[in-house]
Design a protein around this ligand. Structure first.
Ligand code: ZN
Length: 241
């Protein structure tokens, strides 16, 4: 195949644009924010599961707390009634003695209930704190997700603009190059990770980075500038500089 050195140089420019477009597309797909958002979703899901469990626990503990308060109130009311009767000196001495005895039992019961109530209150507080923490985490994560989405949107707009610019440059450039050369380049590019043409730098192909053997190098020296070279290893178009 033949192509002037000028066309071969333009082909290298085309390759540069294609590489740039490929890199930009890759960047678009691998924005770190995508991974961060995935991590946030996992955390939100876990938090939601825990929140459901803890909220149910909070409901249970709240009921326990009410029940315990009612128990303490009942004993207090009973004690008040007994104390009034005792203070008024109502009843026979035996009855009064019985009331006194009952009062002592009630006081002991009340102390026990109050201890229990205190324990439930502490548990209630701890569970409520966890609910608040989880809700606050959830809120923070959602805010972060919104921020990340804005960042993705901005980065995407920016990258897409760069892709559009490179694509436009490519559209202008491609028709200036020998069509058979471009066609060959396109065919090679498909099977070679988007790289169809590479420079010959020293004795190395810049596409596959392998050394061209001495015999081939000698042969290349005998070729005219219009001869289009191909790397023996990767088959890419090899452009001399
Ligand atoms: Zn090569």
């Amino acid at each position: 195949m033949k192509a002037t050195p000028a066309h071969q140089a333009l082909l290298m420019q085309l390759q540069k644009l294609d590489t740039e477009i490929a890199q930009l597309n890759h960047k678009l797909k691998t924005l770190p924010e995508h991974e961060q958002i995935t991590a946030i979703h996992t955390r939100l899901e876990n938090a939601a599961v825990e929140l459901k469990v803890v909220e149910t626990e909070l409901e249970d503990v709240t009921i326990d707390l009410r029940r315990s308060e009612v128990d303490v109130e009942a004993v207090s009311a009973r004690m008040e009634k007994d104390e009034k009767r005792l203070n008024a000196g109502l009843g026979t001495p035996k009855e009064l003695e019985q009331t006194q005895h009952e009062l002592a039992t009630l006081a002991k019961r009340k102390a026990e209930l109050e201890d229990g109530e205190l324990e439930i209150m502490m548990r209630h507080e701890a569970v409520k704190k966890r609910v608040d923490e989880l809700k606050s985490d959830e809120e923070g994560l959602k805010t972060l997700e919104l921020e990340l989405n804005v960042r993705i949107e901005n980065a995407t707009t920016e990258i897409n603009a760069l892709i559009a610019r490179a694509a436009e440059d490519r559209m202008k450039l491609a028709p200036q190059i020998d069509s058979a050369l471009v066609e060959t380049y396109e065919k090679i590019r498909q099977g070679q990770a988007g790289v169809g043409a590479a420079l010959l730098i020293g004795n190395k192909c810049d596409g596959c980075h392998l050394v061209i053997n001495a015999i081939e190098l000698e042969r290349i020296k005998t070729l005219v500038d219009d001869d289009v070279l191909r790397c023996e290893e990767c088959r890419r178009i090899l452009v001399r500089i």
